[in-house]
Design a protein. Structure first.
Length: 305
């Protein structure tokens, strides 16, 4: 089955009243979920969750109003999948930053309604989408997305070859917030981080993370939940992860966001923050032959006063 065949996708995987597939003007295929608990859109390019909005709530996931949906290009916002490396490639600077998985076609292999009424889609990275020159290892990669009152994303890497390989990875999640000046991020207190803005110096987090300038930090050796405490929206977003020992916190601030050109306005950076569940730097994962590694994250809302 072609991963870009809308008719076949709807015949095989659509769920009446919950899931259908559409094609945008640029030819990208979008899975549209609308059940009794939430709405979500997911691009088959990159198995990229673009939006997630529980019923009766403000959006949890931020998608730039100026996001460009173009074949072969990453989408600004949502949940990009960084795989099989995070950041720049270790030995070849011509390879794409954050790997190739977020900009190539994935295919649907299953869809179902769970007992609680949530909708689950299983994506697979086909061999035809893996550039052998960049990744010569035998593997199967799947992303399982579940949309209900909570959203879960599980990224599964299975080594189907005869030799161990090492991966770096992240769910590069953009969160919708009231105002970056009205949030704090808890769960990283006392953690060591590599400060990209500060020439990759190694520092220790003191207290909650607050943002008043460009922030790009890779926290290592932490498997803790994080909470985005948003006083403007009177809620917390909980990021509960398994199989991840790194957390990245990123906001480009005004100058860098303006240069990127796809944040929607000069103040577009104010409505988002990235808290990424990852395995990077010293936390890259060795996957032995025949073994499987899973990165599993649940995103949920907790109300505050």
């Amino acid at each position: 089955m072609s991963p870009l065949d809308v008719t076949t996708l709807n015949q095989k995987f659509a769920i009446p009243g919950q899931l259908k597939f559409t094609e945008d003007v640029n030819g990208l295929i979008i899975a549209c979920i609308a059940n009794e608990q939430a709405q979500s859109t997911i691009s088959l390019q990159g198995a990229h969750v673009m939006t997630f909005e529980p019923v009766g709530e403000k959006p949890v996931i931020w998608l730039s109003p100026a996001a460009k949906l173009v074949r072969g290009k990453s989408i600004r916002g949502g949940v990009p999948i960084c795989w099989p490396w995070f950041g720049a490639h270790a030995t070849d600077s011509t390879f794409p930053g954050h790997g190739f998985a977020r900009t190539v076609p994935w295919q649907i292999v299953a869809s179902e309604v769970l007992s609680d009424g949530s909708t689950r889609i299983t994506f697979e990275l086909p061999q035809s989408s893996i550039p052998v020159a960049q990744w010569p290892h035998a593997c199967q990669v799947r992303s399982i997305v579940t949309i209900g009152k909570e959203m879960t994303v599980e990224l599964i890497t299975e080594n189907t070859g005869q030799m161990m390989f090492e991966i770096g990875e992240a769910l590069h999640t953009y969160f919708a917030i009231s105002d970056v000046n009205k949030i704090r991020i808890t769960g990283l207190e006392g953690c060591t981080y590599l400060d990209k803005v500060g020439d990759w110096q190694r520092r220790t987090q003191a207290g909650a993370v607050t943002i008043a300038a460009e922030v790009d930090r890779l926290y290592v050796n932490t498997d803790s939940d994080c909470l985005i405490v948003d006083s403007g929206h009177k809620r917390c977003i909980r990021i509960a992860k398994r199989g991840s020992l790194s957390t990245v916190v990123w906001n480009p601030w005004v100058e860098k966001a303006t240069k990127m050109g796809d944040f929607g306005s000069d103040t577009g950076y104010c409505g988002m923050v990235c808290v990424e569940s990852a395995n990077a730097a010293e936390n890259c994962v060795e996957v032995p032959a025949g073994a499987t590694h899973s990165l599993h994250v649940t995103y949920s809302i907790e109300k505050t006063q």
